[in-house]
Design a protein around this ligand. Structure first.
Ligand SMILES: C[S@@+](CC[C@H](N)C(=O)[O-])C[C@H]1O[C@@H](n2cnc3c(N)ncnc32)[C@H](O)[C@@H]1O
Length: 287
């Protein structure tokens, strides 16, 4: 992809088009494992709990809750998302796995159909960093709809192992002075930023605890992973794709692969897939 702010249309012929299927392949089991690590911070979730999976998407948070709860007969879950397509998948999974879950189409910053003091738990996984104003509006709604003593859990990535390899490939294959590849989520790496956003949403500072957890992600083969990464993110600098990127394509991919192999926690599995270590910031906020 080119930077949306750049008007360049050139794209190396080798670059893969970013389809939802390829994004899924790139993400691997990352969303599920992030959700699992996040929900683990608020266990046990007891019988009688009323849970909001905010920005539920296709249900990684709900899956993690449901897998972790032993008495599944007496919990209720509301999955809220703004995206109809994601909710359709969520509803199908709910029926298939018999989740005690209701899918609600709403903007997380306007939960008008939900009363004050409703939930015992709120899960917001891979959520705040996709929202406008860093999700402060949605945190205010979470604070309003949580019962006193209820807990909300949020996350952001503290470290991703796949951005530095792209920066190194860019620096080594492009002319000096080409703008650096920047991750849109860099500010979220600092746990103080995540904490600050939660405070702005109305939670008291002394009711927020922060932890870091390793999240191992298994994805596709390294050749395909490196090609998808470079295809999706290589052209997102202010300069967009350069004509020289087409000639240097294979060189860039080899650099991305070599740098990925150096990352802490990297492993190539027997079946050829790769395993990467991400680190998550996890925040638990009590009302
Ligand atoms: C990165 S996905 C994470 C989905 C899910 N929580 C998971 O862990 O797989 C972010 C989700 O937030 C949803 N979303 C974005 N803006 C929203 C809003 N204003 N209100 C509710 N959901 C929103 C998106 O549709 C998407 O499903």
């Amino acid at each position: 992809m080119n930077n949306p702010g750049s008007d360049k249309t050139f794209k190396p012929p080798q670059a893969l088009a970013p389809t939802p299927q390829l994004y899924d392949e790139l993400v691997g089991d990352g969303m599920e494992n992030l959700a699992k690590a996040t929900v683990a911070e608020i266990l046990p979730i007891n019988s009688g709990s009323v849970i909001l999976d905010d920005g539920c998407g296709t249900g990684a948070g709900t899956t993690a809750v449901f897998d972790a709860v032993t008495d599944k007969s007496n919990i209720t879950i509301k999955g809220v998302d703004i995206h109809e397509g994601a909710l359709e998948v969520y509803k199908k999974k709910a029926a298939e796995h018999q989740w005690p879950a209701e899918a609600i189409k709403a903007d997380a910053a306007k939960l008008d159909s939900i009363n004050d003091d409703t939930f015992t738990h709120v899960i917001g996984t891979a959520f705040l960093f996709v929202l406008p104003e860093d999700g402060v509006g949605s945190i205010k709604e979470i604070h309003r709809t949580l019962k006193p003593g209820g807990v909300a859990v949020f996350n952001s990535w503290a470290h991703v192992p796949n951005m530095d390899p792209l920066r190194v490939a860019s620096a080594k294959t492009r002319p000096e002075g080409t703008p650096e590849i920047r991750g849109g989520m860099d500010k979220w790496e600092d746990s103080a930023f995540l904490r600050g956003v939660i405070e702005k949403g109305g939670f008291a500072s002394d009711k927020i605890t922060m932890t870091k957890r390793d999240v191992y992600v298994t994805a596709t083969t390294i050749q395909r992973y490196a090609t998808m990464l470079w295809s999706f993110i290589g052209g997102t600098t202010k300069a967009g794709w350069l004509e020289s990127d087409a000639e240097k394509w294979d060189e860039a991919i080899e650099i991305v692969k070599a740098e990925l192999r150096k990352a802490d926690g990297f492993k190539e599995l027997d079946d050829g897939r790769l395993r990467l270590k991400f680190v998550a910031n996890i925040a638990v906020a009590t009302k």
